[in-house]
Design a binder for this molecule. Structure first.
Ligand SMILES: [Cu+2]
Length: 222
């Protein structure tokens, strides 16, 4: 059983975003809530699978849970103009962008963030699976990335955006309204946009991935 509280983790990240810009580890050690404790032994395995390995039913269950987060009332109450948990999660990422990108803590911070997101799906939206991952390299190797199963409009995230704004108009997120972005006034509604560029995926080839894995610490790897 895992005793890590989703609310505590989300609050943890949110608080870090509004009160300080200190390194991530430092903020955690200062503000750890009482129920923030991980036992030494696991009795269940949170098995994260590649999107392509999920059954159609599992894909729908995951997408339903994400849609649930987009309609769930805010849980931290710390984010101005947030109308749902999804807005709060997005704001955490946006407000800390200058401290968590282009630095050694990039991977640890995002790994923690994914876990928080996974707990939100499981605790707030009764999602019983683990957060899936996108095996981008395999899809790139197989051909046109935009034709990958993950962008299927029926069983996946929907396809490329269209029109001037590049709005995604098909799939489960085609009608979703977002509210947190650097490019829009806070709280204003805008669409999910997507513009997949096949050539840009070449940077994620296996030799580059292995090269990064070869470094001994995060800063060198970055
Ligand atoms: Cu990021």
């Amino acid at each position: 059983m895992l005793f890590l509280s989703m609310n505590a983790v989300l609050l943890e990240l949110a608080i870090t975003s509004v009160v300080c810009a200190t390194p991530f580890r430092e903020s955690v050690s200062k503000q750890t809530p009482k129920d923030f404790a991980i036992p030494n032994t696991c009795t269940t395995i949170n098995h994260r699978k590649s999107w392509n390995a999920l059954t159609v039913k599992e894909r729908h269950e995951y997408i339903e849970a994400e849609l649930c987060l987009m309609h769930h009332p805010p849980v931290t109450g710390l984010v101005e103009n947030a109308t749902n948990v999804w807005d709060e999660i997005a704001n955490i990422h946006i407000s800390q962008r200058n401290d968590i990108h282009y630095v050694g803590q990039f991977l640890p911070w995002h790994r923690y963030s994914v876990r928080m997101h996974e707990l939100a799906l499981q605790k707030l939206c009764n999602y019983r699976g683990a957060h899936p991952y996108w095996d981008e390299l395999t899809d790139y190797t197989n051909g046109n990335v935009s034709q990958s199963p993950i962008f299927d409009p029926i069983t996946g995230f929907g396809g490329n955006g269209t029109g001037y704004d590049g709005c995604v108009v098909n799939g489960p997120f085609g009608k979703i309204k977002l509210h947190m972005s650097l490019h829009h006034a806070r709280g204003n509604e805008f669409c999910l946009s997507r513009n997949l560029d096949q050539s840009s995926f070449a940077e994620g080839i296996a030799t580059n991935v292995e090269h990064c894995f070869g470094f001994a610490n995060y800063t060198d790897s970055w």
